[in-house]
Design a protein around this ligand. Structure first.
Ligand SMILES: [Zn+2]
Length: 384
């Protein structure tokens, strides 16, 4: 039986067309279709009046391996319940526990779950210094085997900061480079306190690789004292290395982002690094992070692009982050609520936001999986 949905009266944000305009979105049997193709007589209408309608949001840096890692948080809690249709676990699991991750997290979640596989076989399951022992690095044979088999793995994760690598220095990233070249997948590199320093890290990154926590406010970051990118970071950006927010407990500074934006108009992606301890403060959700950007003056369309098309491109995924006809209908419907709110970055800087983004309704594969009736006086209605 054909099941048609028309979403009407919402402001549709189309990241490919670069437009925000009132129009209808059509869905047939879980896939996007042109609204004028829907001529059946029992279509369902979703009234999105007063809302924005976007391709489903993607958060490409979360930690959701509950039970196996201390920091894990439930995937749906940071996914569909917060208006996010796809989450990417960034290195919680390595080669050894991937089967458990699949069974415990990917399969039971309503949110689509992808992963950057930790280059340490152990991932974050036994300690947060997973690259201190070079013997724990995944071998080329293991990497080939698991990437061949597991389509939810989109790339490698290498956490390159002092507390993670200890005395291993830059060696784990050199190993990641070798694996990535052979597998033809991106590396997501976490940066933080050295060693190793960015002068060693950036030259090992190529087009399509991702630097998460790019805008942290710690010493030895991407900017020099004058507020310009250090030469290695600038070269990387020119090569097509992507900068990602990866907010986290201690990795997002309003000042760093604003100084970057004053000089460079390269797009970045927006992700949260959500885990159990930063869920209450200071990260809260992807929409909370997006609200911070909006208050900082980043245009809404640019922010939405950074969690839809931009993120999908970074993941090499052509079936998400888009309204393209024939792709699966993952949709985030949200509201901009006028509500003065204090929003913190990781440095404790307070930003008084005038308005914040709030999820209203979420569809995955054309099915409503989340609906917050409290945020709207106008309820979605079923016209059958
Ligand atoms: Zn992380």
């Amino acid at each position: 039986m054909i099941h048609d949905i028309i979403i009407k009266s919402g402001y549709v944000i189309d990241p490919e067309q670069n437009t925000i305009e009132m129009k209808e979105i059509g869905v047939r049997n879980g896939l996007f279709v042109a609204p004028n193709e829907i001529i059946s007589e029992n279509e369902t209408y979703i009234d999105a009046e007063g809302c924005y309608v976007s391709p489903g949001f993607i958060d490409m840096h979360v930690h959701i391996f509950t039970g196996y890692t201390e920091l894990g948080i439930d995937a749906d809690r940071v996914g569909i319940e917060q208006g996010v249709t796809t989450v990417v676990d960034a290195g919680s699991t390595g080669y050894l526990d991937y089967a458990a991750f699949k069974r415990k997290v990917i399969e039971p979640s309503q949110t689509e779950v992808l992963s950057f596989l930790n280059i340490s076989r152990k991932g974050l399951t036994s300690s947060l210094s997973e690259l201190a022992n070079l013997e724990d690095l995944m071998s080329m044979e293991e990497a080939k085997e698991i990437f061949d088999k597991e389509l939810s793995i989109v790339g490698l994760k290498a956490r390159m900061s002092g507390s993670v690598v200890k005395n291993s220095g830059i060696k784990p990233l050199e190993h990641a480079r070798m694996l990535a070249d052979c597998l033809n997948v991106p590396i997501m590199v976490h940066i933080g306190n050295p060693p190793p320093n960015l002068q060693e890290i950036f030259p090992l990154l190529y087009k399509g690789d991702i630097v998460t926590h790019a805008f942290h406010g710690k010493k030895h970051g991407i900017l020099n004292a004058e507020g310009n990118l250090i030469p290695e970071a600038l070269d990387a950006l020119k090569r097509g290395v992507l900068f990602d927010i990866g907010h986290g407990t201690s990795s997002f500074s309003y000042e760093t982002l604003m100084k970057f934006r004053e000089q460079y108009d390269n797009p970045f992606t927006t992700s949260t690094d959500l885990y159990i301890k930063n869920y209450q403060k200071p990260v809260c959700s992807l929409m909370n992070t997006m609200s911070k950007l909006l208050e900082l003056g980043v245009p809404l369309i640019e922010i939405v692009k950074s969690v839809t098309l931009g993120a999908a491109n970074a993941l090499g995924a052509s079936d998400i982050g888009t309204f393209a006809q024939g792709t699966k209908a993952d949709i985030t419907i949200f509201k901009l609520i006028e509500q003065p709110t204090i929003l913190l970055d990781s440095e404790g800087v307070e930003l008084e936001a005038k308005q914040i983004l709030k999820p209203y309704m979420v569809l995955r594969n054309g099915k409503v999986v989340y609906h917050d009736e409290s945020t709207n006086s106008k309820r979605a209605r079923d016209n059958r």
